[in-house]
Design a protein around this ligand. Structure first.
Ligand code: AMP
Ligand code: MG
Length: 487
């Protein structure tokens, strides 16, 4: 039996906020992958866990003493339109574990069967999308980008219809927060203002306790969410990450990357890149993400109108772009090894991005290459061979010359700068083709490649013997990978 220290604060909130329901086990459930670093977050000793017990405990909550499984009600804007009928349609909050350090972690079982909010869905998640979410959590954590993660991935012998018949799976998601922007929207649009206030009080007490001391706690809360969301999207933009489905029900109030679907780390820098083939209008294209996160912040602001004065919310929203640019420049400076803050840096960064767009360069590989050289910037031939291109485009050469001059103004020695740069410029990134490869193997019952990828994603800046091919150019077939909402 698995013993965890549960204390389920959400299940003490009003019964109307959720449906109490237990998971429906999957036929032939078995452990595919277990995440020791997440286990430690909830004081679960990775050395003594029995896989069979683990699977039973998490996929059949009766076997998990202290859990109080429930499906949360929420709503949200999907592709710009309000949908009142959302909620945990295929996932359950199993409960909250308080670890020895006093940290509180939500355990959420994704793919647990139908709930009151399933609408026409089957309540299941398929192996393909569960693997992608599992990998993404580790990749994001490896990059230092806020994210949910997963404790384990559970496979099954049960199939459901998606892209043809696909195997079902379950994922135990672990994060402090499952409250979405859509939770607030639900109470606002159903005019339950007392409940709205109660939710805000709960969120402040649990996630933003410092706001309680502020003159206007609800406004301070909104500002704190805005700050975290601006930082999050800035980090996505720095690494070429496209979320794919930035609906308000996929936005965590804690500013973590949340609800992974058809996401992509772009193989080359392409502002118009749309990760999700169902997104016909390109609403969630890469370059639009900052504006969309601001749009989502506006939706959250709207739903907080009963608690915060309109003018104050409007003023707060006006700060978003500035905060986004601040975080974006901060990380890009770090990636370029520039510690001093010079005014011309913003233009240097913007020009680099423009060169990357013009020549369809892989910004991540380019920046990693700049981190690996002895000199302050490599010569053209070295860099071209590293990027597997015939010759450096002249615009990149002249940019490199400017960069060389700028980098010479830094106080830190070149070796120190390069060491710092490597920490934020990964050698490896989770490319779509890597996920596709391990999914294909997993469908054939081979989970080794999936598990072999995890150490690389967790420490993407380090060398990983035998995995070097993942640091190179993606194979030609990668361009044909088609991702949709289907999960
Ligand atoms: P998602 O696209 O995963 O962010 O989900 C959007 C909404 O649809 C949420 O309310 C989900 O709970 C619900 N949903 C997605 N897939 C399913 C499914 N297979 N069965 C039931 N509900 C689902
Ligand atoms: Mg979602």
């Amino acid at each position: 039996m698995i013993t965890l220290s549960f204390d389920n604060s959400y299940s003490r909130l009003p019964e109307e906020w959720y449906q109490r329901i237990t998971p429906q086990p999957l036929k032939g459930a078995h452990l595919i992958s277990f995440n020791p670093s997440v286990a430690q977050l909830i004081d679960l000793d990775p050395c003594t866990v029995d896989p069979a017990v683990l699977v039973r405990s998490f996929s059949e909550a009766e076997a998990l003493p202290g859990a109080a499984p429930l499906a949360m009600k929420y709503a949200g804007h999907q592709f710009g339109f309000y949908n009142p009928d959302l909620g945990d349609g295929r996932g359950l909050l199993l409960g909250e574990v308080v670890n020895r350090r006093g940290e509180r972690w939500d355990l959420h079982l994704k793919g647990a069967g139908r709930t009151a909010y399933s609408r026409f869905g089957d309540g299941r998640a398929v192996l393909r999308s569960s693997i992608r979410e599992y990998l993404a959590g580790e990749a994001m954590a490896g990059l230092g980008i806020p994210t949910t993660r997963a404790l384990c991935l559970i496979g099954s012998e049960q199939y459901t219809q998606r892209n043809g018949m696909e195997p079902c799976a379950m994922l135990v998601r672990v994060t402090p927060c499952h409250i979405r922007f859509g939770h607030f929207e639900y109470f606002y649009y159903t005019r339950q203002h007392d409940e709205l206030k109660r939710l805000a009080d709960y969120a402040i007490e649990r996630y933003y306790p410092a706001c309680q001391e502020a003159e206007q706690p609800y406004l301070a809360f909104f500002n704190a969410v805005l700050e975290k969301s601006a930082e999050l999207v800035a980090l996505w933009q720095c690494y070429g990450f496209v979320h794919g489905v930035l609906n308000t029900d996929n936005m965590s109030i804690l500013g973590e990357t949340f609800d992974y679907g058809p996401y992509t780390f772009m193989d080359w820098y392409e502002p118009d890149h749309v990760a999700n083939k169902n997104d016909d209008e390109g609403r969630y294209a890469f370059s639009r993400q900052p504006e969309i996160v601001l749009w989502n912040m506006t939706a959250l602001a709207q739903s907080l109108l009963p608690l915060i004065e309109r003018a104050a919310l409007e003023r707060a929203l006006l700060r978003f772009n500035k905060r986004y640019r601040y975080y974006q420049l901060k990380r890009m400076r770090a990636r370029l090894g520039l510690q001093a803050e010079r005014e011309e840096d913003a233009v240097l960064v913007a020009d680099l991005l423009a060169v990357a767009v013009e020549h369809r360069l892989d910004l991540n590989r380019l920046l990693r290459a700049l981190s690996d050289y002895q000199d302050i910037a490599p010569d053209g031939c070295e860099l071209a061979s590293r990027l597997e291109i015939c010759a450096l485009p002249p615009t990149l050469s002249s940019w490199l010359e400017r960069y060389r001059v700028r980098a010479q103004q830094e106080v830190a020695s070149a070796p120190i700068r390069r060491q710092q740069m490597r920490a934020v410029n990964p050698r490896y990134l989770l490319r779509n083709y890597m996920a596709e490869e391990v999914i294909r193997e997993a469908h054939g019952g081979n989970y080794e490649p999936l598990n072999a990828l995890l150490p690389l994603l967790r420490k993407p800046s380090e060398e990983h013997a035998g995995m070097e091919r993942y640091a190179g150019t993606p194979p030609d077939w990668a361009g044909a990978i088609c991702l949709t909402c289907s999960s």
